[in-house]
Each structure stands twice: as structure tokens, then as C-alpha cells.
Design a protein. Structure first.
Length: 127
């Protein structure tokens, strides 16, 4: 499997590491860029050309909804997955309707390595 370029939108280094630990445990080869504000997100989206975006729902001064909006303005093909501790059922349904690919609860980060979430990201974009 080719190396996956992950753009991670997260303001907590501990939470960011939690997700990356799951990727490592499953042997997924990845390169990550961590951002926590809109200017860094826009620049990294342009320069890094991620295969997938993993985003927290709410952060001081920036939000997952705004990240999703910016991503969809840039590309409809890049998967966007919310990784949140606070995403309730109604918010999850709304997120999927707004264009998110999936959502993962921080309490269950192992779900991020399931086949429909992160593993096939480069194949979807490069095929």
C-alpha cells in the first residue's frame, strides 16, 4: 500500500497522537501534517496535497465544519473524517449530509483504520 498523506486538524497534541498510534499499530505507512487554524489548513491543503483529512469538530478559532467547507471547495474527492469526542448522533448525520466521509469517536480510534475509512484513501484518489 502506498504512503498515505494525512492532513490532521486538531488542537490537542495528545488527541492527534492517539489517532496516529492506531495507524502505526495497524502498519499503515503515513506522512502527517498537523494544523489547528484556517490559514495553516489552507496552505497545507494546497502544498501537501493530502490523501485524507482527519478533523476534530471544534477548536478555538477554527472548526471541523469550516475545514470541511474549505476542503469541499478545493476537492470533492478527498475523504474527510471527523474525529471527535463530542459528536452526537444528530451531529454525525448532519456531518455526513454536509459532505463528511465518516466520523470516529475519540473513544474508539481503532475505527479509523477500518477499510472504508483510511486504508483505501490513496486508491480512491489515484484510480
Amino acid at each position: 500500500m502506498p504512503r498515505i498523506r494525512v492532513l490532521q486538524v486538531e488542537d490537542s497534541p495528545l488527541d492527534a497522537e492517539l489517532v496516529l498510534t492506531e495507524l502505526q499499530a495497524d502498519g499503515i505507512d503515513y506522512e502527517v501534517r498537523l494544523v489547528d487554524d484556517e490559514p495553516a489548513f489552507v496552505e497545507t491543503l494546497r502544498a501537501f496535497k493530502p490523501d485524507i483529512v482527519l478533523s476534530d469538530l471544534s477548536m478555538p478559532g477554527f472548526s471541523g465544519q469550516r475545514a470541511l467547507e474549505l476542503l469541499r471547495g478545493h476537492s470533492a474527492d478527498i475523504p474527510f473524517i471527523y474525529v471527535s469526542a463530542t459528536l452526537g448522533e444528530e451531529a454525525a448525520i448532519a456531518a455526513l449530509r454536509e459532505g463528511a466521509t465518516d466520523y470516529i469517536l475519540k473513544q474508539n480510534p481503532a475505527r479509523c483504520t477500518r477499510p472504508t475509512s483510511i486504508a483505501p484513501a490513496p486508491m480512491r484518489r489515484r484510480s
